[in-house]
Design a protein. Structure first.
Length: 385
């Protein structure tokens, strides 16, 4: 594959001057429907926008520039506001904007990053980056191949969003409005505590990070970042070895335990698809054998505000410990009602899990192909795409 070398600013149009940061107080007065982006993603919604169209956002600062735990570049379409923590560019006729996104997320740009405590990709350093581009028709073919994976992933995500909305509506119908029960709470339901729902409440713990042999590829180790934007944790940033898990075997949670974040971003809730352990910022409910994990998951998902309040001491955010967590008051329906509820929602949860697992497989396959396509190791010039 023949390529030609360009400086970054030879193939892009920079719009950084149009960015405008807003303080939390300003945003509070501007609540609206337009996305407000930071370095990596949407951090708020406001009532006006600065940009309208298709743009590439590139993180300007933040720990992720060094760690690479997330992509540093993302395409954003439509109307949105952007603060000054991400560069914003469009491309000219030499470069497919989506090809540039894939290139940035597959390329080591550490030589252009400055700062250790606060990594930064300045505009001048970004513009000085060198990129080798194949001819535009080859870029377009590569984008078509890679974007087919992204489109299927987004379809699965949309299905899961719809399913999540459906189960939330069913939950409200049954356990808030009591519609299947003549709109009255049945007499055999009672107010209890989280402890009453649980065979066990477990506060997680981090195995010694000084013992490398405790970490490996065997047992998922869930932390709060793993809990964002998902129903099930099908992927965690870290895993424990069998030795590491055995070192704190009492912390191992069975499948279908419900994990709740209890510090910082308190109130995030996920289900476990397989035996796992968590860190100490997460309290987990191991449901009693005849109690519905789906009911408990949905019920805890509605209680983030309560958990946040319980986890605060004045202006200080503290960890909601296992004892406090276990004493949270909850409604406990009859076993028969939970079983009937499971018959309706369990197929939906199984489909959500299946879609999440497929998305991991698709992401891994796309990420395996990405460097081979961009380097020219896989030649697409003769493909009719």
């Amino acid at each position: 594959m023949e390529t030609k070398k360009y400086r970054f600013d030879e193939v892009t149009i920079n719009h950084d001057k149009k960015r405008k940061p807003l303080s939390a107080q300003q945003r509070a007065k501007m609540r609206g429907r337009y996305r407000y982006f930071g370095a990596q993603n949407v951090i708020d919604y406001v009532n006006n926008y600065l940009f309208d169209g298709e743009y590439l956002l590139i993180a300007e600062d933040g720990e992720n520039l060094k760690s690479g735990k997330q992509n540093i570049a993302q395409i954003v379409e439509g109307q949105f506001w952007l603060n000054n923590h991400a560069h914003i560019v469009q491309t000219n006729e030499l470069c497919n904007i989506r090809y540039l996104e894939y290139w940035l997320n597959a390329t080591d740009i550490s030589a252009y990053i400055t700062g250790s405590a606060q990594p930064k990709l300045s505009q001048s350093n970004m513009n000085a980056m060198e990129i080798e581009l194949p001819e535009r028709i080859i870029q377009d073919k590569i984008v078509n191949i890679l974007s087919s994976f992204d489109k299927k992933i987004e379809v699965n995500n949309q299905i899961n969003r719809n399913l999540s909305e459906q189960v939330a509506v069913i939950y409200k119908s049954w356990f808030v409005d009591f519609e299947p029960f003549e709109r009255k709470k049945p007499d055999d339901w009672f107010v209890g505590t989280v402890d009453d729902l649980a065979n066990e409440v477990v506060c997680g713990k981090t195995p010694s990070t000084k013992k490398e042999e405790y970490y490996g590829d065997d047992v998922p180790f869930v932390t709060i970042p793993d809990m964002h934007g998902c129903v099930y944790t099908v992927h965690t940033e870290r895993k424990l070895s069998v030795l590491g898990a055995d070192s704190q075997s009492k912390k191992t949670l069975p499948k279908n335990s419900i994990c709740v974040s209890c510090i910082g971003t308190a109130g995030l809730v996920i289900l476990l698809p397989e035996p796992s352990q968590t860190n100490q910022q997460i309290n987990s409910i191991v449901p009693k054998s005849n109690y519905s994990p789906y009911y408990i998951y949905l019920m805890m998902s509605t209680m983030s505000e309560t958990i946040n309040k319980l986890g605060q001491a004045g202006s200080t955010i503290v960890n909601l410990n296992k004892t406090q967590f276990g004493k949270i008051e909850v409604m406990i329906p009859s076993v028969s009602a939970m079983a009937a509820f499971d018959e309706i929602v369990e197929p939906m949860f199984k489909e959500i899990l299946s879609n999440q697992i497929e998305n991991i497989r698709l992401s891994n396959l796309r990420d395996t192909l990405l460097p081979r396509l961009i380097s020219g190791e896989l030649d697409v010039s003769d493909l009719d795409i």
